[in-house]
Every structure is written in structure tokens, then in C-alpha cells.
Design a protein around this ligand. Sequence first.
Ligand code: FMN
Length: 382
Amino acid sequence: MVNALNYAEMRALARRRLPRGLFEYIDRGTEDEVALAAVREAWDRLKLAPAVLVDVSERRMDTVLFGRRLGFPAVIAPTALAGLVWHDGEAALARAAARADIPFCVSTQSVTPIEHIARSGARLWFQLYVWRDRQLMLRLLERARDAGAEALILTVDTAVGPNREYNVRNGFGMPIQPSLRAAIDVLSRPRWLAGVLLRQLLADGVPTYAHYPPEFRTRVTRPAIADAVRLDDRVSWRDVAELRRSWRGPFLLKGILRVDDARRALEAGIDGIVVSSHGGRNLDSAPPAIEALPAIVDAVGDRMTVLVDGGVRRGSHIAKALALGAKAVLVGRATLYGTAFGGEAGAGRMLDLLRDELGRTMGLIGRPTVASIGPDSLVPHR
Ligand SMILES: Cc1cc2nc3c(=O)[nH]c(=O)nc-3n(C[C@H](O)[C@H](O)[C@H](O)COP(=O)(O)O)c2cc1C
């Protein structure tokens, strides 16, 4: 039974369950964590303007995205290594998403292969990082398509690896490299050790990025393989054009923060963008996505689907994102913490909380449907 009442409680429960190295990998930002702090402040600065004396007896949180109905305007964000927080964590997340009637976006760097996650029956999206070896990458894309992925998200904000010093300090990385420090950390979390790590070791061996070639699994990684699946720092709009040609379904770019890039995405025939600072995890001087959103919506919002993510902790955040013109939000850490504490039930609980909070907020601002939330639902900036 997962009885957390909100995100903060869920995070606290997850913190007690996970080894420190893993918790910090999920929770923290990059460098001085300025971006992370700014995200929270940005949400708090936005104020909703309640319209009163409106009949809100029938509140409807469902919406439509790329022609398909969603239970409420959210998608579970792609997060690497979600399968480390719970045994079969990605499948648990996918099942929770299916119950909430929203899509789950599988990461290139998930611990569980997409074919296995697809058995959950969830609507899947697939997130792609461009590997140096394009043939290997295209084969992965084929796998995603064959497994039924509806939409493709290309993440474009990770041209080089971010500077996450706590991971270095904690000895946390992929492939897993055994260390005394990590061993002590893991031993202090026996439930996670038995319930996740040992089960994973017995079932599939050392946990790793499931979509990577098998040679990547161990520390004795062959340099050639490591190089082939290195995230390419030469990715350009030419790759976007090629991918556009090879992917038939909805195609989104994630990690857009500039109006000119959004316009360029539109010209490249992209269906949608995720305005995102990667949850404050990559560029520490990045603006909060929610602050970059209005200008981007102004420029392209009537011609492509604009989503936003970063720091969604409350249903009121979803209402604010909708008021600023986003069609839906992506949720990363919140559902990861739910999964870390309670697997499918925990992720489901987190989604229920967010949806119910959204419904309550809609009632309090006099906007009974998703479509009725607009710019006038916000107090104008002075
Ligand atoms: C642990 C973790 C792993 C992530 N891995 C990926 C990834 O593999 N690909 C990607 O595009 N984004 C990744 N992200 C970013 C999320 O997709 C999303 O942009 C971000 O988490 C949103 O912020 P939130 O966690 O505050 O909701 C990751 C985020 C976290 C927390």
C-alpha cells in the first residue's frame, strides 16, 4: 500500500529505499545545481487567476495528443536506468501509464528492452540518442518501431556528457564498476539489494543499458563497441532530416529552449517539441523550460505540438503549463520515485495524485476542461 500524499512524501520514501548513489543520480542536477533551483522557483512564481462562480461539477482532465486520447495531459518521460529503482522498473512504469491511459516513453538507456516493456500493453513512445554508429542506431529504431512505439522523441540537448560531480564522488556510472564505496552504499539498503539488484543479477546478469550491444555489459567493454554507442557530438539538423524521412509516426525533438530552434524544427517537418532543460541535469545555466515556453508557443504553437517538462510535482504545475500553451507535460522524477517505493502501484499512485491535483486545481480556477485553461488562467506578469 503506497499512501504517500504528494510528491515530497514519495521522494522521501524513495530516498529511504534507494542506495545513495542511485538516489543522487536521479534527484540532483549538474555542477552548482542552479538550473535545478531555478526550475522550482519558476513554477512558484507563476500564479493562477481563479475564475469564480463557474459550474465545475463535471471536471474533465482528458485530452487529445497526436489524435489520440490521453487520460490527462501527461506522458511519462524517458529516464535512463528506471529499471534500477525496482525490479523490471520500466515495465512497472509502463503498466502504471497504461492504467492512467497515458503513454510511457522508453529511454534508449533503459535497463529493460522495449520488446519486454511492450508486453505491458502500454502505449509506448521511444526516446533516441544518436550513437556514433548510425547503422546500430537505425537497427535500434527498427526494434522500437517493431515493438509498437507510436512516437519518436529525439533528445537534442545532450551533445556532450553533463558534469555531474556527485556521480564521480559516488562511483556511480554505466557500465557498473564495483568499488568499496558502492558496496557499502548498497549494503545499507538491504531491501533494494535483495529486491532489485540480486533479482536482476539472477534474472539477467549485471544491470546495464539493455539496448546497447551485449559487449557493453561489463567493464571489459571492447573499446570499439564503447565508441560505436557513444553519444555523437556531431549530431546536426541533417540527422534530424534523415530521421524524419525514416520515422512515419509523430516525431518530436526534446530539449528545445530557443525560438529559432523551434522554428527550425517546424521547417524540418517535426510534429512536436518538448521544451526542456532535461530536468536541470545538463546545462547548469539553462533557463527553466517553463520560462522558455511562452515565446516558443507564440512562434510555433499553432502549427506544432508543444510539450514541456522539468519539475512537475503538482497538478497545479500541469495547469500552469497548459495555461502557457503546452498541450501536455512530461513527468520524470515523480513517477520514478513512485516506482522506487512501490513499483507499478507506486508509479500509479503518483499519477493518480497528479491527476487528482489537476482536477482540484481546475475546480478552484473555474476551468472544468483542459481546453478551457488558457492564458487568462494566469495572473499576468508585471
Ligand atoms: C534519472 C533520470 C534519467 C534521465 N534519462 C533521460 C534519458 O535517458 N533520455 C532523455 O531524453 N531524458 C532523460 N532524462 C530527462 C527526463 O526525460 C526529463 O526531461 C526530466 O526528468 C524532467 O524533469 P523532472 O524529472 O523534474 O520531471 C532523465 C531524467 C532523470 C531524472
